[in-house]
Design a protein around this ligand. Structure first.
Ligand SMILES: Cc1cc2nc3c(=O)[nH]c(=O)nc-3n(C[C@H](O)[C@H](O)[C@H](O)COP(=O)(O)O)c2cc1C
Length: 204
């Protein structure tokens, strides 16, 4: 699969987690990384260029920190402008049909905080429902998210392990070693580590 990573971090120079995840995949063949805030500092998104990039990809990844239980603003603007009626959805909108979409994100909150009994009350996949449904409307398959919980609290070695798993996941999907349909059976892509790719993930 050809992979397109749309990275959205408004202050990437101050990032710990997103930067570490990106560093592991930036030089990989077949994985293109676009830093949306760097490319569009004024939110002046080039719709035609973005659509062309999407057409060339099989798997699109929104990589971002979790902001207010969602993505940073530029990804919403990107979605509003790029996923046009008649191109992405609607009767003639078939440009994205058969492609895959996934979120890769870092949170400030702990894994325990995300669930019915946690302080955030909902799971991360529940918060991402609008994106999962956007994928469905655009005839794409939505894959479970890769989540680094409490990334800034991790020891450097644990963060490096997460970055390694992320790289294993993406290169495995790129090289057809990981079947995306098998991945779809897990709640989080992390949970498939050790079964479909990478080493056994430590419990969060
Ligand atoms: C504006 C803003 C909103 C945030 N909202 C959330 C949130 O809803 N849930 C959460 O777990 N963390 C939230 N955080 C924490 C960030 O997700 C966390 O600091 C980030 O993922 C760490 O990754 P980084 O080192 O790449 O910045 C928020 C942080 C900021 C600045």
């Amino acid at each position: 699969m050809k992979i397109l990573v749309l990275a959205a971090h408004p202050t990437l120079e101050a990032s710990v987690v997103c930067r570490k995840l990106l560093a592991g995949i930036r030089r990989e063949a077949g994985i293109s990384v676009v830093d949306l805030y760097e490319r569009y500092p004024d939110f002046n998104i080039d719709v035609a260029a973005e659509q062309k990039r999407l057409e060339a990809a099989d798997l699109i990844i929104f990589q971002h920190p979790f902001y207010w239980y969602s993505t940073p603003a530029i990804l919403k603007e990107w979605t509003d402008l790029v996923l046009e009626h008649g191109w992405a959805y609607g009767r003639t909108g078939k440009a994205l049909e058969g492609k895959f979409l996934m979120n890769a994100l870092s949170t400030g909150g702990s894994a325990d905080a995300y669930g019915e009994t946690g302080k955030n009350r909902f799971t991360v996949p529940e918060f991402l429902a609008p994106i999962a449904q956007t994928a469905s409307l655009c005839k794409m398959s939505y894959l479970p998210p890769f989540v680094v919980f409490e990334g800034r609290r991790l020891e450097w070695a644990q963060l490096a392990e997460s970055a390694g798993l992320y790289k294993d996941l993406l290169t495995g999907l790129r090289d057809d070693r990981i079947d995306p349909r098998a991945l779809a059976r897990y709640r989080l892509a992390n949970n498939a580590a050790g079964k479909l790719y990478g080493v056994e993930a430590k419990p969060a």
